[in-house]
Design a protein around this ligand. Sequence first.
Ligand code: PLP
Length: 343
Amino acid sequence: MIDLRSDTVTKPTEAMRRAAFEAEVGDDVYVEDPTINLLEQKAAEMLGKEAALFVTSGTQGNQIAVLTHCQRGQEVIMEQDAHIYYYEGAAMSAFAGIQPRTLKGHRGAMNPTEVKAAIRPEDIHFPETGLICLENTHNRAGGAIVSLENMQEIYTIANEHHVPVHLDGARLFNTVVASSVSVKEYAAQTDSIQICLSKGLGAPVGSIIAGTESFIARARKWRKRLGGGLRQAGIIAAPGLLALTEMVDRLEEDHRHAQKLADGFAQIPSLKIENIVETNIVLVNVEGTGHDANQFLQELKNEGILAVGFGPHTVRFTTHYDVNGSQIDVVIERVGELCASKL
Ligand SMILES: *Cc1c(COP(=O)(O)O)cnc(C)c1O
């Protein structure tokens, strides 16, 4: 099977497995796991934040950020297709007791003027705006890069209104590699940030959240409340360290593969590429084949290719380091044959 469902399907590298085996460990609830401490220090330094915290998943990291920033009965502003709204089981309402306020973005980016207008003034009828959430790259917008300028404008407005900003940077390093902007510059436009180690960076488990010392101290308590306090977690932090130090630059290869895939699919008359491919995600509209996404995915599977549905007629392909260039060629060829014959 050539698995292009997600960059989460990457298996840990041999070096990661060796690092896990050899990791020095301690009890992380006592903050005594040296490998976890090292990973958190390294992540904070890379992101230019005072402190960082290892969490079990991106979802847990985002939700800890909401719980730490917000009070019950507040409102959180986010893009209407943001992962934190679309794919996290309404966790922020279920756990933090907040009300989401969604704005329609353009290729994943909210309009700063609309963000400003959505911040609530003091009024006995209104919830207070507790947080603004951004996402970069934006998953449902097809791995779209949200520009530094857009983030700067929103952060300035947020600061003027004393509202914190959280960045869901599950794939922030894809943004960094595809743009000429450093990770620190993006991170500087936020109060807190979440990055996934377990997607394109290839670690088996985990995410990082980062922010001020005081934010992370409070976040650590929320992590414990949610059952995310781990013990000898150095075993999983060791691969995470390699994810940060060895796996970032090679994301460029995933982006080249996604572009190649999009160029190949663009030659197939019944397919339409829906997104501008900037990173490792290609959204393909299959309506022209006369099939819906589910039927198309079944046909693909019969050809040994896996992708995921992203809408009634939209299929998402995500490139990652476990799929190489010749496999990308095979995918283009087989999809071309499939569309020319059966579909
Ligand atoms: C994957 C993803 C998450 C959640 O990460 P998990 O580790 O799967 O919980 C959050 N935000 C975005 C944008 C993602 O792509």
